[in-house]
Ligand binder design. Sequence first.
Ligand SMILES: C[S@@+](CC[C@H](N)C(=O)[O-])C[C@H]1O[C@@H](n2cnc3c(N)ncnc32)[C@H](O)[C@@H]1O
Length: 264
Amino acid sequence: MTIDAIDFSRLYQSHLALAARTRKNAGAWDTRAAGMAARALHSRYAQDFVARMDLTGAQSLLDVGCGPGTIALAVAPRLRRVVGLDYSGAMLEALRDQAAARGLTHVQTLHRAWEDDWSDVPVCDIAVASRATLVDDIAAALVRLDAHARLRVYLTHPVGGHFTDPAIQRVVGRSVPGTPDYIYLVNILHRMGIHPRIDYLTQESRLADAQGFDDYAQRVAWSLGELDEQERDRLRAWYERATPAERAGAPMRWAFISWEKSPC
Ligand SMILES: C[S@@+](CC[C@H](N)C(=O)[O-])C[C@H]1O[C@@H](n2cnc3c(N)ncnc32)[C@H](O)[C@@H]1O
């Protein structure tokens, strides 16, 4: 048997099914829009992502799963056309508000899911998907992203697949299966004849700046699923004696995956 016998796309799907309990829908992301707009746009993560992008020769960008415009807005002043695509209406509203506040009239939004009809989604010089690739059919998503870029593609996908440090999961008494990590994507891209560059980004923990225990428990529940009373009590007892660093847990790591389009 060789590696060619492995269907990484199917393997990804069966792995993702294990994490079904913590999957989010558009409505759940709507509730995060204001908080993300306040935090993500000025984050170290966004700076590190943008610092790795090459915009040479580019005039347009498509940002898939754009959220409040974390990447789109940061590069918009250097481009002529920017399109943010997301299935969360509240995220797109946050993006439009931010674009208007900055006088960026060339930023458009597209209310769309990865899985929808994309026949009117423009092909742009650069295509980006930042922290937005936990989709059911990752192979189809990668094909779409590649087909919508003329010059370069940039995406980030989790390393390890845990959004909350497993040490904090143990405190709660839960063991949440990690989501499929970036290595599936590398193998699927390889099968597509694409040999990407891979780098790594660190994201400051989402738990670090929680405002008190209720906010902290809510943030833990976002990635572990709702906590029952006993789980919440265990978390509170630990929280009260934990140091700020222990409460924050290990920072999240993302693989930064990029490739150049070969000239036709
Ligand atoms: C973690 S946020 C990332 C936002 C932004 N790209 C960033 O890096 O800050 C994930 C975003 O992907 C969007 N998203 C998740 N699944 C999606 C899907 N199937 N189709 C379109 N957007 C999706 C969510 O609405 C959310 O805005």
